[in-house]
Write a protein that binds this ligand. Structure first.
Ligand code: MRU
Length: 378
């Protein structure tokens, strides 16, 4: 099949509102989020003045994606501390807000450790809160740096695997600036290929049921002037069969010690398709997404979401106004739905894992442990 689609013009990337920022208005410190439930229709900020508001934002996916959840969790601990709320209670609420992305707990624990260490050294509540805030800011910056390194390593790997250039990359869910302190994970690699003039097409899975691909990845690709085409998730098979996919690039929410990868539901079928069609299946994630305490894929807790996300079609605005139950029904009343938010891809289907420490291929438990030692995540 010829590349029959009109390319978006490549131009200056228009500025986007910050995805997440700490602010200190006279009424007191707040965490301000770009409300991802409202994209791409409108760029609206959501102001969190307390931890329950942030937990709601996490659960409704106003803020989402593994690395950003870690950053948000860390700022959440700081918010509780500087506003004089119970920090230990905040830690529990934030850690449990969503179960699969390991970065959330990691970020929360980093900020909580900084808070406790300061308190143990005799800091008062204000000073300990500032220590938690500094830890959150540090994590935010580290993630931006990791994102830049992943883009570099990922582009080198792509060029090695696909020496002809003109990469046609299939991606799933959303892995760009909306999930990161920088330009993201898998999306950052595609963007690097685009800037280097080597991206022929970004195939964007719509990513049912919450449409992170259609609403968010297409939004980011359009902003960056990338040549992209949206497809329904179940059109991927015919795309592979037509020889239109050179590589699959996805992110991860948790990578177990054996290299199993939990990511947005629909990733595993892509890995199976990629294997059958001899196409590289590449996972891009910072080492903060590796969880050595989870031994294998079967041990990863997969979040189950409300059935209404499947049985109803809900506009972003409706979802923001109250979630399930307020959408347009697309199934008979009372229909049960199976709605896992993630699936798990075994390591033997993963060609490589790209982290800020470099690319790991083949994916083995020993290699995963080594990456963590290099990044001091152990
Ligand atoms: O449910 P979401 O939107 O938070 O899921 C996000 C994903 O599955 C991403 O692919 C994953 O977090 C990797 S982003 C670096």
């Amino acid at each position: 099949m010829a590349d029959q689609f009109v390319q978006n013009p490549v131009g200056a990337e228009p500025p986007m509102l910050p995805v997440l920022r700490w602010d200190e208005p006279p009424e007191g410190p707040v965490l301000v989020l770009l409300d991802q439930t409202r994209l791409p229709i409108e760029e609206v900020e959501l102001v969190c003045t307390d931890v329950p508001a942030l937990v709601r934002a996490i659960q409704t996916l106003a803020v989402r994606g593994a690395p950003l959840l870690g950053i948000a969790g860390a700022y959440g601990v700081a918010l509780a501390a500087v506003r004089g709320y119970d920090v230990e209670e905040a830690v529990g609420l934030l850690e449990q807000a969503r179960p699969t992305a390991v970065n959330l707990g990691y970020g929360v624990r980093q900020a909580a450790a900084a808070y406790r260490a300061a308190a143990e050294k005799g800091a008062d509540a204000e000073q300990a809160g500032q220590a938690a805030l500094a830890a959150a800011r540090g994590l935010h910056e580290e993630d931006a740096a990791a994102s830049a390194r992943m883009a570099e390593h990922g582009l080198v790997l792509l060029d090695e695997l696909l020496p002809g250039g003109g990469h046609r990359i299939l991606t799933h869910c959303n892995t760009g600036a909306l999930v990161s302190g920088g330009e993201g994970t898998a999306f950052a690699v595609s963007l690097a290929a685009h800037r280097a003039g080597r991206l022929r097409r970004l195939w964007v899975d719509e990513t049912r049921p919450l449409l992170q691909g259609a609403r968010l990845t297409a939004y980011e690709a359009a902003r960056c002037g990338m040549p992209y085409t949206l497809l329904t998730d179940n059109a991927a098979g015919s795309l592979f069969a037509a020889g239109e996919v050179d590589a699959v690039l996805i992110g991860a929410d948790r990578i177990a010690a054996d290299g199993s990868v939990a990511n947005k539901v629909g990733s595993y079928p892509l890995a199976v398709l990629a294997k059958y069609h001899h196409v590289p299946f590449i996972v891009v994630a910072p080492t903060t997404t590796v969880d050595l305490s989870t031994p294998d894929g079967a041990s990863i807790e997969v979040e189950q979401r409300p059935g209404q996300e499947v049985t109803e079609v809900t506009s972003p605005q409706m979802a923001a106004a109250g979630g399930g139950g307020s959408g347009l029904p697309v199934a008979p009343l009372g229909t049960q739905a199976y709605n896992p938010a993630f699936d798990v891809t075994p390591p033997d289907l993963v060609t490589a894992i790209v982290t800020e420490q470099g690319a790991l291929s083949p994916v083995t438990g020993g290699g995963i442990a080594d990456l963590c030692v290099r990044s001091r995540q152990v």
